[in-house]
Design a protein around this ligand. Structure first.
Ligand code: KG4
Ligand code: ZN
Length: 334
């Protein structure tokens, strides 16, 4: 059984082919990162136009690498939102055209759900209930996953997402885009105690997050020094900012895990590529929670990719959860 998965929700054009829910035959990712770096952020219309240019060559590459023909495909899994509406539409229209031509069903996939499933690409024995911390450019969520396809959101960001905060702080410091990897590399060379930054909502009585105040604190530092920092000062700001974000994410995840008596903790989303976050959350789970496994995706599955869409599609296929042509792009979703 072959699933072809398409992901175009943001600035990656990606197509993957998955065999029998287990064997990933290909996962081609074309990243537009360099193109958007010029603007220090994603320009939605430019992203959509690039998806149009790239989607068919990406499809050809995915089929060639997997050594399969279009006629061999049984299902198409597609990210239908949330995301950039015109970018989503490129993937969805491609999926619909293929579905119509090949007479095969479509499996629509929620973007956050696909990030959670990046943990299932190399693991099929994760115990439920699981607690997923999804941290990306658009989302910061704590999600209680009771079983495949069964979710309860227990916390989310009230303003900026964690990845968005990394991107905005990098923009303030004028050090490049996307902010996550740039900040994390500079943070490796800095002192995380050099600046005392707030840990917003760390002691609040809920599982929500807020990162915009933290970003504003960095803005004040920048204004105070008219953005004239030595390279070491920049490294120190990056390290202090990164540690503040991680402290909040780790503390709330552990608190939620304790309250909901979960059996596994999953980390997902673009920010899950952050080495220090992976390390800190792993050691907190090991030290503070009893007998709970901690999972995080391989680095290549942290940022947007179609492999995670394919695996999420497989679990939906098992439940008979698919459709023919009734898929619409949705910028915002519950
Ligand atoms: O999941 P993703 O590819 O796209 C969305 O669904 O938003 O996540 C992209 C986000 C960006 O904000 C980027 O700065 C962040 O993930 N990111 C990181 C790292 N690598 C990517 N944030 C912190 N540390 C990293 N190493
Ligand atoms: Zn994403």
């Amino acid at each position: 059984m072959l699933i072809l998965a398409i992901e175009t929700s943001c600035d990656e054009t990606s197509i993957a082919i998955l065999k029998d829910g287990k064997k990933l035959l290909s996962n081609i990712v074309y990243s537009q990162e360099k193109m958007h770096a010029e603007y220090r952020g994603i320009v939605p219309e430019v992203a959509a136009r690039k998806h149009i240019e790239t989607i068919i060559p990406t499809l050809d590459k995915a089929l060639n690498k997997a050594k399969v023909k279009l006629k061999d495909i049984d299902y198409i899994a597609i990210t239908n939102g949330p995301g950039l509406i015109t970018s989503l539409m490129v993937g969805i229209d491609t999926a619909k055209s293929l579905s119509f031509a090949l007479k095969i069903p479509i499996i629509p996939i929620h973007h956050t759900e696909s990030h959670i499933y990046s943990n299932f690409i190399e693991e099929d024995n994760i115990k439920f209930p699981a607690l997923a911390l999804v941290v990306s450019g658009g989302h910061t969520n704590l999600i209680l996953m009771k079983n495949h396809g069964k979710y309860e959101e227990i916390g989310s960001t009230r303003d900026d997402a964690a990845g968005e905060a990394f991107d905005k702080v990098a923009k303030l410091l004028n050090i490049g885009y996307p902010g996550g990897p740039v900040i994390s590399n500079k943070a490796d060379l800095g002192n995380s105690r050099a600046y005392s930054l707030p840990r917003p909502m760390i002691n609040s009585n809920n599982f929500d997050f807020s990162f915009s105040g933290l970003k504003t604190e960095v803005l004040y530092l920048v204004q105070k020094k008219h953005n004239k920092f030595s390279p070491q000062e920049i490294n120190n700001i990056c390290a202090s900012f990164q540690m503040a974000v991680i402290d909040v994410l780790v503390s709330k995840t552990i608190k939620a895990a304790t309250k909901y008596s979960i059996k596994s903790v999953l980390l997902a989303g673009g920010v899950s590529a952050n080495k220090l976050l992976r390390r800190k959350l792993k050691s907190a789970v090991n030290q503070k929670l009893n007998n709970i496994n901690f999972y995080y995706p391989d680095l290549k599955y942290c940022t947007d990719n179609a492999a995670m869409v394919a695996i999420a599609g497989y679990y939906k296929f098992l439940k008979g959860d698919f459709t023919t042509q009734h898929v619409v792009a949705t910028a915002r979703m519950e």
